[in-house]
Design a protein around this ligand. Sequence first.
Ligand SMILES: [Zn+2]
Length: 459
Amino acid sequence: MKKFYRALGLMFACLFLAGTLQASEAKNVIWIIGDGMGPDAIGFFMQGVRYGGLKDYPEKVSYLEQFLQNAQWGLFFNNTYDTVVTDSAAAGTQMATGQLSRPEFIGVDYNGQPVENLLELARKQGKAIGIISDAYVADATPAAFTAHVKNRKEKMEIARQMVAFGPEVILGGGLKYFSTGENKKLLNTAQKEGYRVAKNKKELAAVKSGRVLGLFADEAMPMAVEMHRYPKMPTLAEQTQKAVELLSQNKNGFVLIVEAGKIDWAAHAHDTGAWFYEMKALDEVLKYAQAYADKNGETLVYLNADHDTGLGAFAYRHLGKQKAMEKTAQGEVLYGGDVDYASFGVFARLEKQKSSLYYLEEELKKLPAEKLTPEYLQKRFSEALGEEIDITQFENLTDVSGLFTQLNESRGLFWATPSHSSLPILSAAYGPQADEFTGVYHNTDILPRMKKALGWSEK
Ligand SMILES: [Zn+2]
């Protein structure tokens, strides 16, 4: 009898699930891409909020964690046509077009032929479209959704194609690609096409309808850990909110791509504190997007990444004596005293960081060697990290990059590579048709799934 009730319960559960899963198609999409956001970045950030000390999170739960609690998960691979590891150009292209491509290719398949992308399809469906990047808008990820060129370095051409394509909303960094050299008159062209140009938070706030081209920095926007120095620049979350406000005026709905572009940059530089704050910038976007989706009811929020960068995580390390760990004949590991498993207090220390170590490194590289005394380095690094760093760390220093490794490892943090890894990527979908994005898949399957979710193709 017990079995019967269990079976009955299961049946009702299935019916209930089928009912909810067949909710009508999504009218709007907010697709948030964390550039370089592998599972390592996700785990690191969620734990950082749980065990750190930021006042912004009195409940000690990130919006990312809340979003993941409510979303449908999937895991996908991102290999290109003939390589295991990808870059943002190929990954963005494969996600935007559903076609296999090659590293450095933008909006073209592996033969170099232009392929229609999600935003072009969305426009045909009468939807308003938008693209945001807190790196710069001519960078690989936003380019993959708005241009078709054989090399990501063709940034001037990408900017021209972007304006010619004409998404209703273009926001982020990269003013110089629209206002210098061969593109000197591109802003004027954009204005003739009906764009309002905004260069700061105030000018962006003044745009209440129509098209907007907001470029808030000459190149990339500052690293999130430094944003406190730039109060006139809109944050990524503020840009997202304005984009939705404008795009949602279209009665046929909208598709908006939001790139948190510098999670990748911080990870390339092994700048762990900066990595945390780039994730926090994405977290603020999720806070807004999930609340909007809840209120609106017709909006699918899709969160993923293009690839992992850095393979960074906490790992235990031996303090001094290697004897602390020995292998027995059976391969069993015996743990002894002198092993540091990293303490939770590390997170609160990381959160004290005030500036980007990568920028600091660039600055220090330009100084003559005699200027780089242990005292000077101690002063600069202590200011940047927000805590007094022991002067012994800077003695006998030969290169600044080595110092990063040393600083990270003294906190229990290890990075395996300065480049991208092939780690599979986590996806999470929330809202109508979120179940389209479950299971194990490949990044070329995203577009077909997106089309189904939007009701553009048969199930
Ligand atoms: Zn990268």
